[in-house]
Structure formats: C-alpha cells, structure tokens
Design a binder for this molecule. Sequence first.
Ligand code: PRX
Length: 652
Amino acid sequence: MKSAESIEALSKESRRFPPPPEFAAQANAQPGIYKEAERDYLAFWESWARKLDWSKPFTKILEWNEPFARWFGDGELNASVNCLDRHVRAGKGERIAYYYEGEPGDRRTISYKQLLDDVCRFANGLRKLGVKKGDRVAIYMPMILELPVAMLACARIGAAHSVIFGGFSPDSIVDRVNDAECVALITADQGWRRGNKVPLKRNCDAAMANTPSIKHCIVARRVGDPIEMKAGRDVWWDDVVKDQPGECAPEAMNAEDLLYLLYTSGTTAKPKGIKHTTGGYLTHVTMTHKLVFDLKESDVYWCAADIGWVTGHSYIVYGPLANLATSVIYEGTPDFPDKDRLWEIVERYKVNILYTAPTAIRTFMKWGDEYPRKHDLSTLRLLGSVGEPINPEAWMWYREHIGGNRCPVVDTWWQTETGGIMISPLPGVTATAPGSATYPLPGIAADIVNDQGESVPLGGGGYAVLTRPWPGMLRGIWGDDERYKQTYWSKFPHKYLAGDGARRDLDGNFWFMGRIDDVMNVSGHRISTTEVESAFVEHPKVAETAVCGKLDDVTGQAIYAFVSLRGGELGSTELADELREYVGNKLGKFTRPKYITFTQELPKTRSGKIMRRLLRDVAEGRTLGDTTTLADATIVKDLQDRAKSEASSADE
Ligand code: PRX
C-alpha cells in the first residue's frame, strides 16, 4: 500500500485535464459510449465480438456459472487468422506490422503478409515435430520477432503458449513447464541486454534436466555464439522452418479453447497459471486497444513493455495485430548505448502513441529532461501508463517532458487476470487526473467495498472489486479451480477481488493504492513475498526470513528481507551479497532484494507468528504501531537500528 502520507497527498490532487478539443473531435470513443454500453453491456461486448472473423459465428454471448464464464461459447475462430489472414485478405498485406529494433542497432521491418508467411512456416514446422491442438508450448525468448511469430504459430495450430519472461531463472522455468506439462520449449541461443549476452539456451539446458514433458527445444539464432545442442531434442529454428510452405491451415478453435497460460505470482510460493481463452480475450483486447489508445490506421504505436508479461501479450501482440496496427518492438534497455535510446526510437519511427510503465517514467525523470529534449517527439499524440500506481509528479513530468503538454495521458489499471485494460480514461472523453486511472471502461463494472463487502460511498477507500464478468477475464488457474475460487471469489460473494486497495474521489475517479495482499510490485513486476522467502530458506545458512516491500522512488517498491541465520549468527555484507545472488539465481535477477537486514530473531507474537505489519513499519522507517503482543520487545529496537543503517547504505 502507499504510505499514509501519499494517500493523503493523492486526496488533495485536484488538477484535471479535459481532453483537448481537437483530440476529442477525432477520437474513436465519443461521449455517448458509456451510456450506450450501460444500457445493455452484453450487446456492447457482442458488437465488438462481431467485428472479429469467426469461422463459425456465435449465437450465445455469456454463460455465467459463477465464477466460471463462457463468452461467445458456441462460436469458432482462430486468433492468428484474426491477427493476420483477415488483414491480408482485405488487401492490407503490405502494411507494416512491426518496426523491429534490436539492442545492438539491427533493424527490420515486417509487413502483415511477411508475418503471416513466417507464422505459417513455423506453425507447419511445429506440427511436423508433433505439436498438436490442445498441447502447451513454453516460450522463453528475448524480444525478437521470432517471439510473436512463435506465439501466433501456437495459436494457429491450437497449442496454448506459456511465455516465460526471459529474466526468469532455470528453476522458474522448471516450475512453469512442469505445472503445464509443456511438450516443447522455444528459446534463442542468447539475448542482448545492456550490451551483455543473456544465456537463454543455457538456462533452458539447466531447466530441461528436470522437465520430463519437453520433447523438443527449438532455438532461434540471435547472438550467434556457439552453444550446445543436444541431438534428438534440440533443433534450430531455421531448420524447423526450412522447406515449409507459407500456408498453414488454421485450427478452428472454440471461443473458449485455451489461447495461453501466463504465470503470475500469488500469495503462495507457487505461481498461478492464469488461463486465457480465445474469443472473449480477443474481443476485450481489440476493443480496449482501439478505444483507449485511439488507434488510427496512420498511427505508429509503441508499447515498450516486454512480451513476457501480460502487457506485451495483449498490447504488443494480440490487440495491435487484431487492429491492424503498426507497432514498434525494441529488444533492449532504455539506457543502451545512452539514456536517450527510447527518444531516438520515437523520433526515428515517428511514434504517435507510447505506452510504458511508471518505473520507467520515474527513471527518465531521474536521468533528466535533457535526454528527451535531444529528440523530436512532436509526433506523439497520446501517452499511456501501466503496471503500478503512478505518482502525480511522474504523471506530470510524462505529460510535460514527453507529451509536450499536448498529449492526453491514460493511466490504465488492469492485471494479468483481467486480460485487458479495465479502468482507464478514454482519451477523447474523460478528463484525466494525475495519478488516477479514472473510470471503469464501457462494458466494465467495478466498485470499492469495505470489509463487509459493502460499497463504499464516493470519497472513501477500500478493496477494488469487479462486479460482473468481462470477456477477457481469466477462466481460472491451470489445474486448480479451487485456488481460483478461493483467491478471487471467496472474500466477497459475487465479486471478483482484485487484490488492490483503492479510493474513489467525489467524482468517482479511482485512485489505486497498491496491493493489499503479500504481493510486491517491483518495477511493475509482481513478486510474491512468500516466493522470495522460500528461495531464501533454501540457502544452508538461513534459518528464517520475512520479506516485505519498501516504498521506492524509482521502482515503486523494493524488496526488503529480514533474515535470521542458523546458529544465531549475524551476517556480513559479503553474506548479504551472496544471498542476493542466491535468490536472484533461484527466481530471476529482478527478484534480488535491495535491502537485507540480519537479525538474531524475527519479531513474533507469543503464539509464534511473525509480526509482518511491524516489519513493514521497520522497513519503512515508520514509528511502530502496537507492539504489546510481541514476545520479546528488545529485538525490535535492535532491528530498527540495523534497518536504519541498511537503508542508508543501500540508498547511497
Ligand atoms: O496492483 C495492480 C498493479 O499491478 C497489478 C497487476 O500486475 P500484473 O498482473 O503483473 O499486470 C500488470 C500489467 C497489467 C495490479 O493488481 N497495477 C497495474 N496497473 C496499475 C496498477 N496499479 C495502479 N495503477 C495502474 N494503472
């Protein structure tokens, strides 16, 4: 949660920015749309679904057997056909699908027709390897064009993809691959990141020692250094597509057939395989992409996320392609070779719409406005933000220094589970407010409730909930219906619990405050405290640990670990570094804790429960709340002293 001070500050935020009249006049969404959608929300979604290409049109809209939804459940379609074939058929094959830019500076432009060709050839290759409808395929790749090709090829032959973010470690690959029993793993030799080579295939090799279901590992060549290839299992991408024709009959998929799994952190150590199906998901992402980003045929659109997260799935691959967008894909980091890389890209491709994360924006702020100033950003006409709460200062900086005070800024709230954007301004209609995601989109119903599940009047705060099904919603957790019900549908009857705290102002604008569960949000990456704790305790020296998030100016939250060692030892700086590496290697480098405070004992209640609330207070340097239930009060003072010195050394 945001600190009390920042909640206080947000409630004072009164700046409002109505849409510029020129923007409003040309916008895809016009003011009547909210009313129209509310009059009959099913008819609203139906009208968007009918814009897709169905090989068998649906007659049913929603079948709701709470909490299990079927949308357009008797229709058939194929996602890759909707993203590619229908555009080529309509004579738009020459349109550019992606401007690709690799980190070292290599560039490629790919048209819809070429993309279709690549997808078909790879899909044929997958079929030849024996991958079939109903299988699951893991994808662990850098941001190269083969990544969307692999996803769309899976969709074409009816295999669900499970993309694993390229920053994850071998152990994380193992967990995800085994949970879904994936039959194939698609990767690249290596990837580029800030000039370094990321050993993707080597990570896969380490993982594949423990993934019995994987029959084939397909390797795209990205960097070109020699790597090990295991005969009979590993095969080069180029060999898979060689001699394959550029046509491939798509599988007719039921609207409710699985399109993909995407694993996300929950409150336990085991990540959840979020299920997304075909028809409803495509409907949701096309509608939101078209209206929230006000996409026009002439636009160049850039979502600067990684495809390994849901933002990339929905707003680099499926939404934009279904809408015939021309997008930019960039492989690397924003500071390579220098801190103006993103702005250089905006200028080069004349980007009109930019979608990025608050962490990135705060980083750009820290670097200074001389970097964007070096470039012509005048083509930008709309800016988006996603992934975490955006503080008003960052929002204003984005608007001024990137958007030249002329572009509407849309702060879009959603989750892996929601599939697509849920709460966001419509840029030609909604007055925006710095730090607020404003209102639920047309067709979406959300509320804020108290502990009893009662709607909190405007002006108050509580739990963010969604109060009716929506087409892009998760269809459950892979292999665990019970966990799905428990996590999202059990706290309040008939309401989906998002896990976020939020407040509404008197105009009904939503202000999201952060997670209310044991999930941290570090640079927009969702990380469970329990997952990090379990990684720690596997280290032989660690006896016990408690992990929490600490507010951070750049990354939103940073990981804070309190660690007690076996034998009551107190650790050293060297051991802290070793533990950081250890956790990073277990889960992925982005989970390395920023702060580690050793303690002889964790503060516990007399019944032996770790007092997490108190640790969060210590981490944040707040005055402590009630400590009367503490078993041993002396350890807290000691902890506070240690935390203080830890914070000052880590922040240096
Ligand atoms: O806490 C919310 C935060 O990110 C969580 C979802 O994370 P994930 O599934 O990884 O998806 C991120 C990209 C959609 C939410 O529960 N979050 C996301 N967008 C916002 C946000 N918090 C505040 N404002 C947002 N715009």
